[in-house]
Design a binder for this molecule. Structure first.
Ligand code: F6R
Length: 609
């Protein structure tokens, strides 16, 4: 949560900071602020609300600044307000700090700072950092920051600016992301790479516990013991367009529509030359290693967890290996039964989700090998896992995850095939047939997207409803869970998903005249049962919106509205059937005038527990 930027160089620092904050706004957006040196003196402006409010305040004056730090906040300690917004200052007003993460021992630190005469103005944990730097400063900002970091427990990505050393920014990170961008005679810091792309493509990733000092002379990186490290930059060749809205009203719609490309890129380059088998170059999991695992644990949060639920069906069906799926926030505290024959598969779009990262560490600590599926190169999850498979979805900016989910599903099918081949649970012809189906999925998604006007009409019609239920069986149930999450998080309509067979065990009591029920009916072998469940809802005068695969007369007859997805084998439908649900959520939220890309109370990257 929270986004950090910093700039040092010949440009107008305030403009660069505001631009960077806008690109990071998805990480938190309840307040924002900047600190910069204006003709040598430290200025701090911060404001509750969106970055536009801060920008308006800044625009009322002409500044002359070449160095500054900025922050967009998602409140953890202290409610959203001007005073709790970052940057935070020490008592002298000479040190400004922006911080993403949580200082766990801030209570005790604050109490002892207060005893020593420090005066606090905010309710945040971050403010202790500013006061600690003030105390530790003896003419060397970098040394002061390092000494402060030895006193704090918790997670941080931070940047410090001081009037005492006007040509310098000191930054550090531990368990929260921070990247350094290196331009010609200029330097940038940001919480993620897309925020840097308009300025530079040369990036240096800071490691956990490392401190960076940037100045007009260059940058240097030190470890916690003060030892200088050699850090090379690497070139990022992401398309900048991909990180911008490109004519779409919202990032979410753009990202939904990017799914065909994202799927093609995720599959491309991972096929054998004859196109019949999956092959992950550089993946250290050789067939004999794959064969040695007796169990798989899939661990993730939110949408990535829902992808994991599909992964369970896929892996168990293809490779006949037992799979457990766990929420990362539960896994880490429930003492799961793990051994060296358990592969822990973590899924995380951002690669920075605190609970997922903690689960990964727990699994490694217990001697398990960890395979990560993530979208962000160089993210903490990618760096700490034993093996990594990237989803090549490109930057996902909208808070609601869409293209990351479908590419995660695709990777899970590919992993299923790898395991199945190693465990000899699949015939080569059957594997080749599945690969062939995966290859045509991008075109099929395009077909669904072309029909999106129909979904918009449906969404407009039901956008005023209070509750929506999603039902399905088998793989459809896993997708129903994702459909309900999408709808509730961006439209604020109460939505719940149920295994269709469970309705009669309680939920049916909630169905009354006019309540929309989205019924996923794509699983051929469960169709009859699903039609019976649809009829149970119809008998209670619920409105049925069915999603089915190709022509299904029995589903059509039982439904009020029908969304048809292209005919594909039941086994691969999740990658298609979720798309109308994403669109339904999007258009319902649009009809209700919601802030789709930045839903209330949420943030894109959840780097706190
Ligand atoms: C929902 C959504 C979240 C994330 C979850 C995990 O649309 O985006 O539920 O899926 O916060 O995030 P990652 O995948 O970055 O670990």
């Amino acid at each position: 949560m929270c986004g950090i930027v910093a700039y040092l160089g010949p440009r107008d620092a305030v403009s660069v900071l505001i631009d960077g904050l806008k690109r990071l706004e998805y990480r938190g957006y309840d307040s924002a602020g900047v600190a910069f040196l204006n003709e040598g003196s430290l200025k701090v402006l911060k404001k509750e609300g969106r970055i536009a409010a801060l920008e308006e305040q800044l625009n009322s004056h002409k500044w002359n600044s070449r160095i500054g730090i900025g922050h967009t906040r998602w409140a953890t300690h202290g409610r959203p307000s001007d005073v709790n917004a970052h940057p935070h200052l020490d008592c002298s007003g000479k040190f400004a700090v922006v911080h993403n993460g949580i200082i766990e021992n801030y209570g005790e630190l604050k109490a002892s700072l207060e005893k020593r005469g420090h005066h606090f103005v905010s309710e945040t944990d971050t403010e202790v950092l500013a006061h600690l730097v003030e105390e530790a400063y003896q003419g060397d900002l970098c040394a002061a920051v390092r000494s402060v970091l030895r006193q704090v427990r918790g997670s941080y990505a931070l940047a410090v600016l001081s009037e005492h050393e006007p040509g310098k920014i000191v930054a550090a990170r531990k368990d929260s992301p921070l990247v350094l961008g290196v331009g010609k005679g200029e330097f940038f810091l940001a919480s993620d790479i897309p925020a840097l792309l308009p300025y530079t493509r040369e990036v240096c990733l800071l490691g956990d516990g490392e401190v960076a000092e940037i100045s007009g002379d260059g940058f240097r990186v030190l470890n916690g013991d003060g030892v200088f490290l050699t850090r090379k930059t690497f070139h990022v060749d992401w398309d900048q367009e991909a990180a911008e809205r490109g004519g779409y009203p919202h990032f979410m719609l753009k990202e939904i529509c990017e799914q065909p490309r994202a799927l093609r890129e995720t599959l491309g380059g991972r096929l054998t030359p004859d196109g019949a088998r999956i092959s992950f170059e550089k993946l250290g999991l050789r067939p004999e290693v794959l064969k040695s695992f007796q169990r798989i644990f899939i661990v993730a949060c939110g949408t990535a967890y829902h992808a994991g639920l599909v992964g369970k069906y896929v892996l168990e069906k293809l490779a006949r290996i037992p799979v457990e799926v766990d929420l990362a926030s539960e896994f880490r505290y429930r003492n799961p039964i793990l051994d060296q024959q358990t592969l822990v598969l973590v899924i995380s779009q951002s690669g920075e989700t605190a609970d997922t990262l903690a689960a990964l560490r727990e699994a490694r600590h217990r001697g398990c090998q960890v395979l990560a599926v993530t979208n962000v190169v160089g993210s903490s999850v990618a760096r700490e896992a034993d093996h990594v498979i990237y989803t090549w979805a490109g930057p996902e900016i909208a808070v609601a995850s869409t293209k990351a989910y479908t590419t995660q599903l695709l990777v899970l099918y590919m992993i299923g095939l790898l395991f199945a081949e190693a465990r000899e649970t699949i015939e080569p012809e059957e594997a080749a047939a599945i690969v062939a189906h995966l290859k045509v999925l991008p075109e099929k998604v395009e077909m669904i997207l072309e029909e999106r006007e129909l979904i918009r009409e449906l969404a407009d019609r039901y956008s005023c409803c209070k509750d929506v239920f999603f039902i399905g069986r088998g793989l459809d149930y896993a997708v129903a869970l994702e459909g309900a999450l999408k709808l509730k998080e961006i439209s604020y309509i109460h939505a719940e998903a149920y295994a269709a067979g469970e309705l009669k065990h309680g939920t049916l009591a909630l169905i009354e005249k006019g309540v929309p029920v989205v019924a996923l009916a794509t699983q051929e072998e469960l169709l009859e049962k699903m039609v019976s469940n649809i009829k149970e809802v119809k008998a209670r005068e619920g409105v049925i919106i069915s999603v089915c695969c190709g022509e299904k007369r029995e589903v059509e007859e039982a439904s009020d509205h029908l969304i048809r997805i292209p005919d594909v084998p039941s086994f691969v439908t999740p990658i298609l059937s979720v798309v109308p649900l994403q669109l339904l959520a999007y258009y319902m939220a649009a009809a209700r005038g919601c802030d789709i890309d930045k839903p209330r109370n949420l943030a894109k990257s959840v780097t706190v527990e």
